[in-house]
Design a protein around this ligand. Structure first.
Ligand code: SAH
Ligand code: SF4
Length: 395
């Protein structure tokens, strides 16, 4: 049984009174911001430490800065985080937060504790342009991209809830990060890169690139940039071994078919045996789970340093699919294992609070175009335009 730790609150969007947000700025931008206040660059380093190592939410706590500077900062800037609208905890310890953004939109983040690690699943968009048939998020139209502040803010919010400030060197409950929440991260790559560079910075949140995995449905032209600029682990949502079936399940395949996707995987910067690409494969009863599919998968991944995550399908209201039987999943996994393809069957986590893979969705809807004009959140980072072609991907 799930429990709701907080009642749903309807606080109005954060009002920054025209003050600018320091969270989500790159180090260079932070220095420029501080230079604008007539202060030297080392003050920006001090601020960085307070914000990302100590988790300060208030300038008054920053005792290494002069009182005068703290007062001026409080007049001109804010340290903004997403607001928790609802917090839930699963019986297995998984926690899910529905987060309220400055313009009233909402996204979800999930923390999954395990024995030797704790993983935060972070969202990159409100909704998704893509419409993968088995995914709950895919039934929600894209509302907008998240800003870098809103992405890094999810990590800071989790650290708040886990009471992990200052950043502990050891024994952390938040050790790993996966860009596997709502949205397609490669369609918001500029903001994802900016946010993850802040997350990886060793003088702050300091989660190393080896502990970060970005999952894509297969936005082929953006994959190399992800490897070059971030060097994080890549996960690819494969789910089918033929173009016919993948066109149906993961419709972006119509634009970037399997041959192109696998070529981009082979060329992914830094890919080698110690650092394999993870292929995610959702187990759908009678759809993609036959022994023949498993053999075809082995052939498809033959020349790619790969591991496979078999994800039992997580149901959601109104879905036409069911999860494969345990016997079908075991047979499928055994065929991959025989071919020396590591292929764990993922244990679903947080299903009782709809926090498992593909179950996330918020009630946010895209406002009519007239209402969107000029409604960018005041003083917070502006939404970047969507990349060309993103809208038409909603096939
Ligand atoms: N948009 C990105 C990342 C978010 S989805 C992507 O598609 O990769 C994270 C993972 O959950 C993906 O592999 C996705 O295919 C999988 N997923 C989606 N719906 C699911 C469901 N109902 N059950 C199990 N996995 C699901
Ligand atoms: Fe979007 Fe990923 Fe869901 Fe597909 S699986 S609809 S890309 S969030």
């Amino acid at each position: 049984m799930s429990q709701s730790a907080h009642a749903r609150s309807f606080a109005p969007p954060a009002d920054t009174g025209g003050r600018r947000n320091l969270v989500g700025l790159s180090r260079q931008e932070m220095e420029a911001e501080i230079a604008g206040l007539g202060e030297p660059a080392f003050r920006a380093r001090q601020l960085w430490h307070w914000i990302y190592h100590r988790g300060a939410t208030d300038f008054t706590a920053m005792t290494t800065l002069s009182k005068d500077f703290r007062a001026r900062l409080a007049d001109t800037h804010v340290l903004w985080r997403p607001q928790v609208a609802t917090a839930q905890q699963s019986q297995d310890g998984t926690r899910k937060w529905l987060l309220r953004l400055p313009d009233g939109q909402e996204v979800e983040s999930v923390h999954i504790p395990e024995e030797d690690r704790g993983t935060l699943c972070v969202s990159s968009q409100v909704g998704c342009t893509l419409t993968c048939r088995f995914c709950h998020t895919g039934t929600q139209r894209l509302v907008r991209n998240l800003s870098a502040a809103e992405i890094v803010g999810q990590v800071m919010l989790a650290r708040d809830a886990l009471e992990e400030w200052p950043s502990p060197a050891e024994g952390r409950q938040l050790t790993n990060l996966v860009m596997m929440g709502m949205g397609e991260p490669l369609y918001n790559l500029d903001n994802v890169v900016k946010a993850l560079k802040i997350v990886m910075d060793p003088e702050g949140l300091s989660i190393s690139k080896r502990k970060i995995t970005l999952s894509t449905s297969g936005v082929v032209p953006m994959m190399a940039r992800c490897g070059e600029e971030l060097g994080v682990n890549l996960a690819v949502s494969l789910h089918a071994v033929t173009d016919d079936l993948r066109n149906e399940l993961v419709p972006i395949n119509r634009k970037y078919p399997l041959a192109d996707l696998l070529a981009a995987c082979r060329a992914y910067p830094g890919v080698h045996n110690a650092r394999r690409i993870t292929f995610e494969y959702v187990m759908l009863d009678g759809v993609n789970d036959s022994p023949a599919d498993a053999h075809a998968l082995v052939r498809l991944l033959r020349d790619i340093p790969a591991k496979v995550n078999l994800i039992p399908f997580n149901p959601w209201p109104g879905t036409p699919y069911a999860c494969s039987t345990p016997a079908a999943m075991d047979t499928f996994a055994a065929i991959l294992m025989e071919a020396h393809l590591a292929s764990p069957i993922r244990q679903p986590r947080g299903q009782d609070i709809m926090a498992a893979c593909g179950q996330l969705k918020s009630a946010s809807q895209r406002p009519p175009r007239t209402a969107r004009l000029g409604d960018a959140p005041v003083a917070l980072e502006k939404e970047k335009p969507l990349p060309a072609g993103a809208a038409e991907e909603g096939l």
